[in-house]
Design a protein around this ligand. Structure first.
Ligand code: CU
Length: 165
């Protein structure tokens, strides 16, 4: 009986330990699918990064910030329809509902890179760190891709491949 309770107690302690490690990391439960940053010509001060974020946990969370070494400022943006004009607007967070995929895409939510320190060339990669509402971070290497104006209106993936050739 005594041995039993000791085993149980240590097992519980182990669980609690794992729990506290996991508690720091919604970043581990959010999948960033097909991330990319838009290539920009010389002199263009801003760019943006897009991806599909899937919250694989059972709790609602949010993306609250992002960081990158390629620009002076990184903001979370969305587009709003202002009397027929699509305008970008900064948002405090991008909600990531439990079990759902949220698309960051041209014309919608995006990670805005403001004040580029260098030109973003197709074929390169940039560093991007996503910061979530629990303070956990996801560091990624994001490829730079050329994006045609047509793509801004939300074409499909296979169109993009054809345009790159
Ligand atoms: Cu923007």
């Amino acid at each position: 009986m005594k041995i039993h309770s000791i085993v149980l107690a240590s097992a519980f302690g182990l669980l609690a330990f794992c729990g506290s490690v996991m508690a720091g990391g919604i970043a581990d439960s959010v999948e960033a699918g097909d991330p990319y940053a838009r290539a920009v010509p010389p002199g263009q001060p801003n760019s943006a990064s897009f991806m599909a974020l899937t919250n694989k946990s059972s709790m609602d969370h949010a993306l609250v910030a992002a960081e990158s070494s390629v620009s002076k400022v990184v903001e979370l943006h969305t587009h709003i329809n202002d009397n027929g004009m699509m305008r970008m607007r900064r948002v405090e967070k991008i909600d990531l509902p439990a079990g759902k995929m949220v698309m960051l895409k041209p014309g919608g939510h995006h990670v805005m890179l403001i004040g580029l320190k260098k030109q973003l060339m197709p074929g390169e990669s940039i560093d991007l760190t996503l910061i979530f509402d629990d303070g956990s971070k996801k560091a990624m290497s994001v490829p730079v891709r050329k994006l045609q104006m047509k793509m801004m209106k939300g074409g499909m993936k296979h169109d993009m491949k054809m345009m790159n050739h």
